[in-house]
Ligand binder design. Structure first.
Ligand code: PLP
Length: 349
């Protein structure tokens, strides 16, 4: 018997979701196309240009540069790599919030740059005074997160931009998860709100594209030039991407997902997800758990480890934060009925 893919009916802590039907179909059609070789595969290269244009619309950037990456890890690594390559420092460092995704640790390790982590404040956003204290003339890039992995917080991006410009560093925003919901909120997070140089926004998270589909965007061509290597055996002259052969399914799926949903269906996803997050936050708070209020569709609550394990045994795909809280990510597949059933299971424990 063929193994079945994961059913999403009880998946609550994942940042991935069911692809949009149009995205699924487009991905299947372009399974064998390689966007890494645009002269041999021009159709998928066109789709990638369209995807980047659409990502520019979502993130407030006219004439965006960038590509569809394998995910947020690659986009973050490429941001650090570009900043390192553009820096004059013999010993460059990256200043990021302690809430930043662990991909920055991988980037620092691979690229041999120092990673300085700034603590967060009482609302779990990075403390800008601490970022200022850590940043110096060797800082190649200051990182802000727009939609943190564990608590869905949005760092003060314009203030981080001021710090970056004071030390002559680039500003990178990791909106890998938040990028498809933030346009419908009042947060300041994108190229139009601050002098952001590079940004990660993943269609394979809230964008409902199939995996792998991340997004790496840059304001200036110089950033992509700093990443480019010559590609002698291909017709194209150079390549800024990290991987060579890339997923045509990811590119076509990302473009189809965004084309089908931006902006109205994404707005509906956000509104439904946010309402679900607020509902589950209230339900848990009224049962006496300490709840981290959702500013985006993501809730954390101090459900004891034993109860989280009991939920896992009942088939719920939930995982705790580093601090041990239950984390519920209200992705597009998460319905109110699922959350009611989760709360009923907690009540029964
Ligand atoms: N950045 C943020 C904010 C994330 O939440 C994640 C993953 O959840 C990543 C980056 C890494 O993305 P990926 O797993 O697609 O490499």
């Amino acid at each position: 018997m063929q193994p079945a893919p994961q059913d999403f009916g009880r998946v609550l802590s994942s940042m991935c979701t069911e692809p949009h039907p149009d995205a699924r179909e487009a991905a299947e059609r372009f399974l064998a196309d390689n966007p890494g070789d645009p002269t041999t595969y021009p159709a998928v290269a066109d789709l990638e240009r369209e995807a980047v244009e659409l990502l520019g619309e979502i993130t407030g950037l006219d004439d965006p540069r960038g590509y569809v990456a394998s995910g947020g890890t690659e986009a973050n690594l490429q941001a650090v790599r570009a900043a390192r390559n553009l820096s004059d420092s013999p010993d460059p460092n990256v200043v990021a919030p302690e809430s930043a995704h662990f991909s920055f640790q991988k980037a620092a390790d691979v690229l041999d740059v120092e990673l300085r982590l700034a603590p967060t404040d009482g609302d779990r956003r990075v403390d800008v005074a601490e970022v200022r204290r850590l940043a110096d003339e060797d800082t190649a890039v200051v990182v802000g997160v727009a939609g943190t992995t564990e608590y869905g917080r949005v760092d003060p991006i314009p203030a981080l931009g001021d710090v970056a410009s004071d030390v002559d560093a680039l500003l990178h925003v990791d909106a890998a998860w938040g990028g498809f919901v933030l346009p419908f909120t009042d947060h300041e997070w994108n190229f139009a709100h601050a002098p952001v140089d590079t940004l990660a926004i993943d269609p394979h998270k809230m964008g409902r594209a199939p995996i792998p589909a991340g997004g790496f965007l840059a304001r200036d061509e110089a950033v992509l030039d700093a990443l480019a290597v010559e590609t002698p055996y291909l017709e194209s002259a150079s390549q800024p991407t990290l991987t060579g052969t890339r997923s045509g399914a990811g590119v076509a799926g990302a473009r189809a997902a965004i084309d089908a949903q931006w902006p109205e269906a994404y707005r509906e996803n956000y509104e439904r997800g946010q309402a679900n997050a607020e509902w589950v936050a209230d339900a848990l708070a009224s049962r006496g758990y300490d709840v981290v209020e959702p500013v985006l569709p993501l809730v954390a609550a101090d459900v004891p480890r034993g109860e989280i394990e009991a939920l896992q045994s009942a088939g719920w795909r939930v995982s705790p934060t580093a601090a041990g809280e239950l984390r519920v990510v209200c992705m597009p597949h998460v319905t109110r009925e699922m959350l009611e059933s989760l709360v009923a299971d907690l009540d029964a424990l």
